[in-house]
Design a protein around this ligand. Structure first.
Ligand code: GLU
Length: 277
């Protein structure tokens, strides 16, 4: 049978796109399938002391790192099968949607807006938004005292930055950076008056610069930290929820907290209840 040249061309393109889809950067592979191969790529923060930190010697430490490793072990993956990848706040949904990470444990609040793009296991921790200022600051004590054009730093794509925009934007000069460590540098050199994000993150920076920085005010939001993964991967979501529950009930959750966040002086809260949906 004779096929017109244009039709042959179209078939060729079709065949090529099938091949491309089949090889499409691991997108088709669920986290459970990666785990079955003994490998996981996990998104964490690299610059948040006590939570997710890349140390100068190339090792990783922090509560999120411990949660990530515990969950990996429950999925059958040993530490040497894990590749940690930096997951800055604004890139988390994209990293998951592009299949560049199997899951993310990075102070990642569960929100309805994010749930339109990704799935969440957990929560495995509950924090609240607060403020970090210089230790000698006396005029900032809570979100309302930022009025009058105070310079406030937060991170692009984070819930605290969005919250400030929604509630306080008129009177505050919000500066957004890619990472909280960049905000902390700006605070230390006087370029901004305060940094805002979750209290547990700020406690880690305050502990890093003793006597120089302090966390002020009561937490003014509720941030439920989830483990982000592909939206439709309910199989892995269920397994991760099982792992979180086991981590909490076995005492490993509290031990991990004590060894990582504990030294900052941040008080151990009650563990959360996993929300299965
Ligand atoms: N938990 C908040 C969020 O997911 C702030 C911390 C962060 O940016 O990682 O946006």
């Amino acid at each position: 049978m004779k096929i017109a040249r244009s039709a042959r061309f179209a078939i060729g393109i079709l065949a090529l796109s099938f091949v491309a889809a089949a090889c499409g950067g691991g997108e088709e592979k669920s986290a459970s399938q990666s785990a079955a191969d003994g490998k996981l790529t996990i998104g964490i923060k690299f610059d948040q002391p006590g939570l997710g930190l890349r140390n100068p010697d190339g090792t990783y430490s922090g509560f999120d790192v411990e949660v990530a490793k515990y969950v990996a072990n429950e999925l059958g993956v040993k530490p040497d099968g894990i590749t940690f990848k930096e997951a800055p706040s604004a890139q988390r949904e994209t990293l998951i949607q592009n299949g560049e990470v199997d899951y993310i444990v990075a102070t990642y609040s569960i929100t309805d807006t994010r749930k339109e793009k990704v799935g969440f296991a957990g929560p495995y921790f509950i924090a609240g938004q607060s403020l970090l200022v210089k230790a000698d600051n006396t005029d900032i004590s809570g979100p309302d005292s930022l009025n009058g054009g105070k310079k406030l730093c937060s991170v692009t794509g984070s819930t605290p930055a969005q919250n400030v925009k929604d509630k306080y934007a008129q009177d505050v000069q919000l500066q957004e950076f890619d990472t909280y460590s960049a905000c902390v540098e700006a605070l230390r050199n006087g370029a901004v008056d305060a940094v805002t994000t979750d209290d547990i993150i700020l406690a880690g920076y305050a502990a890093q610069y003793p006597g120089q920085l302090k966390v002020v005010g009561q937490p003014f939001t509720t941030e439920k930290y989830g483990i982000g993964l592909a939206k439709d991967d309910s199989e892995t979501r269920g397994k991760i929820n099982d792992a979180i529950e086991k981590m909490i009930s076995s005492g490993a959750w509290e031990a991990a907290f004590d060894n990582t966040v504990g030294p900052s002086g941040y008080q151990l809260p009650a563990p959360p209840t996993v929300d299965r949906y």
